[in-house]
Ligand binder design. Sequence first.
Ligand SMILES: [Zn+2]
Ligand SMILES: [Zn+2]
Length: 127
Amino acid sequence: MPATRPTTRKSRIRFCPKCGSVMYPRVKDGKRQLFCPRCGYEMEIGEEVLEAYKVKRKVEHSPREKIIVVDADKAPSTAVLLKGQVRCPKCGGDEVYFWMMQTRAADEPPTRFYRCKECGYTWREYA
Ligand SMILES: [Zn+2]
Ligand SMILES: [Zn+2]
């Protein structure tokens, strides 16, 4: 069987048709769309796709890059609050939750996650 594009039946998370990165939802000019943070590709989406992103509660792996989408509603209980050590790239706040999660192969270092206490912006950093 030839390789096909990832099925969207089980997961509605979409991958960029140009570079294969996980696409993220956003609203631009009043229209819902997905955009690729890597190459900037944009596509308009319907409400049902957005809903799929909203209810997403598990780690997703892109077939090509193993980029993950993590539920970012809140930091896990293992998160540590850092004060004055890390700055939020969005609002500049310096109270940031930090935690680590094994998102890739077990022999690779865990991914570091940060979440701004002030604005809730969440980002990650590979060790
Ligand atoms: Zn792309
Ligand atoms: Zn912030």
